[in-house]
Design a protein around this ligand. Structure first.
Ligand code: HEC
Ligand code: HEC
Length: 531
């Protein structure tokens, strides 16, 4: 069984692939993709289909093809992924498992392209297509026909988006002035927003759970993750998240409680996973010639909350409880990624050298960070410094500072503008990102004395943290996700607005006013797609 899996998707094949001509390699990868697709579909749907019966176990080292090469998900427990565990079981009432939306073949998220394939294969009956949060809206829709489902699930099919409905907190210091949702769901008490599944892997490196941090927030009865309570708080947040996911996405009835032993098993499973791209169509094996790509190297990656925070060293006032990191202590370096250091001296024409050059751009290209709520605003509004800092000279790694992983090493909700339609309060240029398919939500700050709405209003497509803690100043603030396994899970940003990594890079160029040459752009994309 495991040897068959190895033969279809295994690393031995990929080693041979790197020495093939590009044409033969293309054909080979297409064949691998079909095999993996079967497996991915079966694994994801939680069905007892022929492939899950055949493959009840994915051994470490099995590769899943994606448009840029192949990714691997490595489990620290039991030598691989046991597909019979509760993560892969339907624990609710609508047929969904965690793996419906967090699939090993898709870097433990789902790519929109594979969701579309699942729609075509099943005519929209795969359990991912359920109106509770899979359809654009859950009222006035007809999911009794394939044509109706095609329409109702269009955001999920084309952008991999789920509808996340969150109620406005009772203590909010703002009022919702209007919601214009093209799909219905215009309620102003529960706001519908559209988000990508974050990868359920590499969780050891998280400093906040969920895009808006809502599973790591006292406002929801969960715990903010600090240096002093890590990893206990992270584990309890992940447990709470698994309960909410089962009761919400999978519509468990009666609802599961925190003491359900299956949830503890899910947490152990998830916490043991690491995922990364392992093979690149252009650069070959990503751990060759001394490089540390692929998931295995991540197993040994040191991490603690506030580790290597460059914001922290740039702004010493912003000390985190860890207090361990100081410039020059060997724990803090602006070179956030050193994964591909070994390829830096290869001849410039070698595709591996391009990956190393992209890494250098990520680590060192100066970016003037302005207009980012969470960095440039006043500390009373959730910023880092009293009075605010109008412009912070940083790099990609200022916000993506966890070494070789790329999320933020301590909780830092930011609004870089990926959800803001044009000029809000700061002038934000979306750099070609299309967010026209999202709702437009306008909220106005309430007068502290009278409680009546003022003229201080913001329009956004996603309220982010403001919907969790009720603070107007937190509109649109979200976390930066882990940057490993990106190639397996397009499109990007919380709302799927960047279809490809080049769109991500161009967004940053426009948003922060810097220009890369075409070669620098393609080098940075080569690096990101090799993560
Ligand atoms: C219907 C699709 C769907 C199902 C089923 C699902 N998830 Fe998710 N998951 C999502 C989405 C969407 C998000 C991001 C939502 C947000 O942040 O608001 C997410 C986020 C997460 C995160 C947060 C990761 C991070 O970086 O913060 C974890 C962990 C997770 N899911 C685990 C699970 C587990 C465990 C299950 C099964 C009990 C599960 N999910 C079931 C769609 C799903
Ligand atoms: C000011 C802080 C900041 C800077 C600087 C920054 N990022 Fe980000 N990054 C974020 C945040 C916040 C998100 C989440 C945005 C979203 O999901 O809408 C993000 C998301 C991303 C994503 C999408 C990940 C995913 O899973 O969808 C990629 C890729 C990325 N950043 C790469 C980069 C690169 C490359 C640079 C440098 C050119 C960079 N970032 C600079 C804060 C930053």
């Amino acid at each position: 069984m495991s040897s068959l899996a190895q033969r279809i998707c295994g690393i031995r094949y990929l080693r041979q692939l790197s020495s093939m001509t590009r044409y033969r390699r293309g054909l080979m990868l297409a064949a691998l993709a079909v095999g993996a697709m079967f497996l991915a579909l079966q694994v994801a749907s939680g069905d007892e289909g022929p492939f899950t019966t055949l493959f009840s176990f994915i051994p470490n080292g099995v590769s899943f093809p994606n448009p840029n090469g192949a990714s691997q998900t490595y489990s620290a427990n039991g030598g691989g992924i046991d597909l019979s565990g509760p993560f892969f079981q339907s624990l609710g009432t609508n047929g969904r498992a965690c793996s419906t939306c967090h699939a090993p073949g898709d870097g433990m998220s789902v790519s929109a392209a594979n969701v579309e394939l699942r729609f075509l294969w099943t005519q929209g009956t795969d359990p991912i297509f359920r109106p509770v949060d899979g359809s654009n809206c859950d009222h006035d829709i007809d999911v009794s026909t394939a044509a109706g489902r095609y329409e109702a699930y269009s955001l999920l099919r084309t952008r991999g988006l789920f509808r996340i409905g969150i109620s406005v907190p009772a203590n909010a210091d703002y009022a919702v002035a209007s919601v214009q949702n093209p799909y219905g769901c215009n309620e102003t008490d529960t706001i519908s927003m559209y988000r990508r599944p974050l990868p359920a892997t590499n969780l050891r490196f998280l400093s906040a759970v969920m895009i808006d941090g809502r599973e790591s927030s006292p406002a929801t009865g969960t715990t903010k993750i600090l240096f002093s309570n890590y990893p206990g708080a992270l584990r309890s947040d992940i447990l709470h998240q698994a309960m909410d996911a089962t009761n919400g996405h999978a519509q468990a009835s009666p609802p599961l409680t925190l003491s359900d032993p299956r949830l503890a098993t899910i947490v152990n499973f998830e916490m043991g996973l690491t995922t990364a791209q392992a093979f690149s169509n252009r650069a070959g094996l990503l751990n060759a010639q001394g490089a540390n790509g692929g998931p295995k190297a991540l197993l040994g990656q040191t991490f603690f909350i506030s580790m290597n925070s460059s914001v922290h060293t740039l702004l010493p006032q912003f000390e985190q409880p860890g207090g361990l990191v100081t410039a020059g202590d060997g724990q803090s370096t602006p070179a956030i990624f050193n994964t591909f250091d070994a390829w830096a001296d290869l001849p410039a024409s070698d595709p591996r050298a391009a990956v190393a050059r992209g890494q250098a751009i990520f680590n060192s290209k100066p970016i003037n960070i302005t207009g980012v709520a969470g960095i440039n605003d006043d500390v009373s509004a959730g910023g880092l410094v009293a009075g605010g800092i109008p412009s912070l000279r940083g790099t990609c790694g200022t916000c993506h500072d966890t070494p070789n992983v790329g999320d933020h090493s301590f909780p830092t909700p930011l609004n870089i503008g990926t959800g803001d339609p044009g000029a809000v309060n700061v002038s934000v240029n979306l750099g070609g990102l299309d967010i026209s398919y999202l709702p437009s939500i306008t909220v106005c700050k309430a007068d502290a004395a009278t409680g009546l709405p003022t003229n201080n209003c913001k329009t956004t497509t996603d309220l982010g943290l403001a919907l969790i803690d009720g603070k107007f100043d937190h509109v649109g603030k979200i976390k930066g996700p882990i940057l490993r396994g990106l190639s397996a899970r397009a499109p990007y940003f919380h709302n799927g607005s960047a279809r490809a990594l080049l769109d991500v890079v161009r967004f940053y160029e426009t948003r922060f006013g810097f220009a890369l040459t075409p070669r620098e752009e393609s080098d940075l994309v080569a690096f990101l797609s090799a993560l």
